[in-house]
Ligand binder design. Structure first.
Ligand code: FES
Length: 107
């Protein structure tokens, strides 16, 4: 299946290490610009219904503010308890000033 990319926002709207929540085709997504790259992961923590974009970014991980599990922005894997399941990670493309994300296919 080929990925269908939709425009999420302008690259200039993303501040370094400041996650942004967007909804793409009904899917809540946390966009994070960090270490020269843009990542897109599910905005919902795999442990409970908590918005990851309200958490902090450090070392290419986003931390869930409620119980402190951090998720790797590249793989979605949690670094520690209480979350045990990864969050979905979505492919990102940058075209000019547009950030494009495919939520139809997890990377
Ligand atoms: S809700 Fe995210 S770690 Fe518990």
């Amino acid at each position: 299946m080929t990925a269908t990319y939709v425009r999420a926002c302008a690259l200039t709207e993303l501040e370094e290490d400041a996650p942004k929540r967007v909804e793409l085709d009904g899917v809540p997504v946390a966009l994070v610009r960090t270490e020269g790259e843009v990542f897109a992961v599910s905005d919902i923590c795999s442990h409970a219904n908590v918005s990851l974009s309200e958490g902090e970014v450090e070392d290419c991980q986003i931390e869930c503010w409620l119980h402190g599990s951090s998720f790797d922005l590249r793989t979605g894997k949690p670094s520690g308890l209480p979350a045990t399941r990864p969050v979905p990670v979505y492919p990102v493309k940058i075209e000019g000033d547009d950030v494009l994300v495919s939520v139809t296919q997890e990377s």
